[in-house]
Write a protein that binds this ligand. Structure first.
Ligand code: NAP
Length: 240
């Protein structure tokens, strides 16, 4: 059996990816989110608020005696308060750093500890963003958490090489997806986010990719080893 741990499995990209993975009867998914929207024999839900670090630390990776492969997908994320620094709600800064960066780091730490020696095939897939690679005004916290996730992933890859622990590691930007996150971005004030018109135009022009299509692209990065030579990657690297 292949076991997938997917955060943010209730909506958007995480939900589509969970549904796609469950189509294969060799796969079981442990989903983590504050709400659940998937009913399936091979789906197990953990109701957790990942911006609360006590809840993240309490999550225990199960022992899996029949695991051929284990995959952790850190997908849950929030754009947070879209505002320039000086106007951001401090509590939102804490929530976004916790959810986007600290929770994934704790989960990876516990995942590696749990399965390093017990399962042969292992993968950590962090869902990053182009915003971690380009500065965007109004998105300071979002951009910096995703940049942090990219670096966390690169250092992990170095450690995997040194420790010979055989873990595939990727930090994947999924492109622009038609989800609630984009709705939130379009609801920002123009004075807080100079790029807002561009994002409104993406939606009007049909430039957003559906979560179902993006999930298929993400699954290719999980399954096709030749796509994972660079830790920092993007669905835009796909040529077909
Ligand atoms: N949409 C885009 O254009 C885009 C572009 C680049 C990168 N990304 C990245 O792709 C990933 C998925 O984004 P999306 O667009 O699918 O977002 P979304 O539609 O807003 O879904 C976010 C998911 O995260 C979960 N989540 C949010 N806060 C949580 C919390 N405190 N604790 C636990 N789970 C929480 C939500 O579940 P609950 O509400 O049930 O908790 C939901 O399942 C994110 O990492 C995002 O940064 C998205």
């Amino acid at each position: 059996m292949n076991y997938f741990f997917i955060t943010g499995s209730s909506k958007g990209l995480g939900k589509s990816l969970t549904e796609l993975i469950l189509n294969d009867e060799n796969n079981t998914v442990y989903g983590i989110a504050r709400s659940s929207s998937i009913q399936h024999d091979r789906y197990i839900h953990a109701n957790l608020d990942l911006s609360r670090l006590d809840e993240v630390e309490a999550f225990q990776f199960p022992s899996l005696n029949d695991a051929d492969k284990v995959v952790l997908v850190n997908n849950a994320g929030m754009v947070g308060d879209v505002k320039h620094v000086g106007k951001i709600n401090n509590q939102k800064i804490i929530e976004a750093y916790n959810l986007n960066l600290i929770a994934p780091a704790i989960l990876v730490n516990n995942f590696v500890a749990a399965y390093s020696n017990s399962v042969n095939e292992k993968m950590v897939l962090n869902i990053s963003s182009g915003a971690g690679r380009t500065p965007i005004d109004g998105w300071n916290v979002y951009c910096s958490t995703k940049a942090g996730m990219d670096m966390f992933s690169q250092v992990l890859k170095e450690e995997v090489k040194i420790d010979d622990s055989n873990i595939k590691v990727l930090s994947l930007a999924p492109g622009i997806i038609d989800t609630n996150m984009q709705v939130q971005i379009r609801e920002a004030e123009e004075s807080d986010f100079s790029n807002i018109e561009r994002f409104i135009e993406y939606k009007k022009g049909g430039d957003l990719t559906s979560p179902a299509i993006t999930a298929q692209q993400v699954l290719r990065f999980i399954e096709e080893d030749e796509l994972s030579t660079n830790v920092i990657c993007s669905v835009r690297d796909l040529t077909e």
